[in-house]
Design a binder for this molecule. Sequence first.
Ligand SMILES: [Zn+2]
Length: 394
Amino acid sequence: MWSMLPAFAIIQPLKLFRKTNAWYIESYPRSTGDFPSNVTEMEVSHSIKMAIDTWGQHLQKVGYRFTQVHDYLVNDIQIYWLNGLLDERTHAVAGLKMGLGNYVVYFNDKDYSWIANDIPRTTTDREIQSIRGIMLHEFGHLLGFTHLYLNECSGRTSNPYFCAGPDIMVPFSGQDRDYFELSPVDLSRLYNKYNIPEGLDGEYKCEFNSALSDWIPIGGSWQIQNGRLIANYGIGCGSIWCPQSDLLLKDQFQPSGDWEVSVDFTYATDNYFNYGASGAAIIIWESPSKKIRISVGHGGSEPWGFNPETIMPVSFCAWDGTWDNSRWNYINYTWRPREWHTMTIDKAGNVYTVYVDDDYLWRYTDNYMNGTGKIGLQTYGPKTYDNFIIRTKD
Ligand SMILES: [Zn+2]
């Protein structure tokens, strides 16, 4: 939270004024309160890094960088634990140290027990989470954000002193609870103040090594196994009225304008239907009732795909409640379904050009969605995907 301290002249910046910022932990919590802390310096450092990265991943789009240093001579942001200098109800304060040009975050060390123990916290992990949550809030102050008043917060309740929402910049709220993401309100203030362009700028890459947290599945089954994405939507559906299954990339990673997207694919199998397939499909999505699917590859009843194929099917299909409006093309092309291949789609306005392994297959002009729509992966039947990449074009 924010309070004026007579001993330290701290003012709040209008905006972070340096693009490159080195942060430095001047002192660590000593836990002089009643609470016996067993938090290590490494845990504190990691927890602060997580908080800074939460803001920093958005700010890097407009050139801001934040790196930890271990030399106090070169730091821009100093983080202290101080004993007894803060009001006992204050977790931490942040601002600009006047005259020195450095930003400072003072945590309350005297009442560190209070920080860790103000709501029931029983493990070391919860203490660390508390430091992370508080730092997330204080860093918002360094970026020039004032408090969100309770009547502006997302989770308004009938109690005027309590905000149930996840906004980080509400005092006595975000930092006291287990919120570690910026809320839509926090994000819109950040994007406005720093003129950050919405959506992706540059490159987005997903290697499917951990959770699918960047994605929103719509139907079907989407699972990461051994660093690959395994997708399935049962072919038993069979009709042109099946919406099939999409995995949409979240808005913050969606490109605007023109782009190139590529994804690796190889053989996949659906044991229930004794069916195997090798192919890839991209969805361009506006709503559950309006989307287009661009696909390559095919499949067959097991055993299938051991021999080279001499045809590569390419399709461009529009969904408006049915897949009635579908265009298929069968390209003479020799490929091995059980090997890895890369599908690439290049978008220029409403013209989509499809490649496999850098070989041109087909170009299609779309007048149904006219170059709009969000990107995702798609499946009908089984798919094995890896290394999804989007690059925006200037
Ligand atoms: Zn505050």
